[in-house]
Design a binder for this molecule. Structure first.
Ligand code: BGC
Length: 251
């Protein structure tokens, strides 16, 4: 007889793509292929909700849905829009998607939910204390965990630096647009980690997002005391963590 599985649907909304999959949250495994659609242009709330609904309808699923979104999310409402359409500010993402799909949605910051997956199923579960998960992509996302518990919306990519914020200087898109070698970029990134180390004395850094796939190209250049590991789930962490978040909010 087949055991009943604890399955939730997770969405990962990004600036370029929207991903979704059904996830077995006890095993930390995607149980369907990851469905992907391009983020519509312009990526205003109405257009994105349409794509979310279209994707939702392709799953045979009725239940709470988790959703990672690249902004500060407070009680389901977007409170920033650094790398997304400004029209999202003050939109209640949970209400918008719940109304579109007819099931409850639970929205949280994308790096926070990716961190949930890495901390429970990745290297994070080997370590107590303070873990900082950084996603290095178009921006810098951060998930901050104390003894396994998420401290939401830390936005450590937005610490001020050189009249701007760190993410403009150390993100993967900054590396590409400024045509930095991995060595040049790593020198900057190491400075950023040193700054975080001084502020928080973490026990572990987990690096996710696009640049984490190339960890071997720069790991030797990162000169910090704290242990650093690449994310285990990389591209899947977003949907996996989103599904875990739906479960947490439904308990
Ligand atoms: C946003 C964060 C987000 C990160 C990664 C940043 O620009 O401010 O909320 O987590 O990008 O998508």
């Amino acid at each position: 007889m087949q055991e009943e599985r604890n399955v939730f649907l997770g969405f990962d909304i990004g600036g370029t793509g929207i991903k979704a999959a059904l996830v077995d949250i006890d095993q930390g495994k995607l149980i369907t292929e990851k469905m992907r659609e391009l983020t519509p242009k312009p990526a205003d709330p109405k257009s994105v909700a349409k794509v979310v609904k279209k994707m939702f309808d392709r799953f045979d699923y009725q239940g709470p849905v988790g959703c990672g979104f690249p902004a500060i999310i407070h009680n389901g409402v977007a409170e920033s829009a650094a790398n997304i359409d400004k029209s999202w500010i003050e939109v209640n993402i949970q209400d918008l998607f719940s109304e579109a799909c007819g099931v409850p949605f639970h929205a949280a910051n994308d790096a926070d939910v990716a961190g949930l997956a890495e901390v429970k199923f990745g290297h994070g579960n080997e370590v107590d204390g303070t873990i900082i998960v950084l996603t290095i992509g178009t921006g810098i996302g951060s998930g901050f965990f104390l003894d396994g518990k998420l401290v939401p919306n830390t936005e450590l990519g937005h610490l001020f630096y050189k009249k701007s914020v760190y993410e403009h200087y150390v993100s993967n898109s900054a590396r590409k647009s400024e045509e930095l070698s991995w060595k040049e970029w790593a020198f900057r990134f190491s400075g950023y980690l040193t700054h975080l180390e001084k502020l928080f004395s973490p026990d572990l850094f987990i690096l996710g997002g696009g640049a984490s796939k190339k960890f071997d190209k720069y790991e030797d250049q990162l000169d910090v005391r704290t242990r650093i590991v690449p994310a285990e789930y990389q591209n899947d962490a977003g949907v996996l963590g989103a599904a875990m978040y739906a479960n947490e909010r439904t308990k």
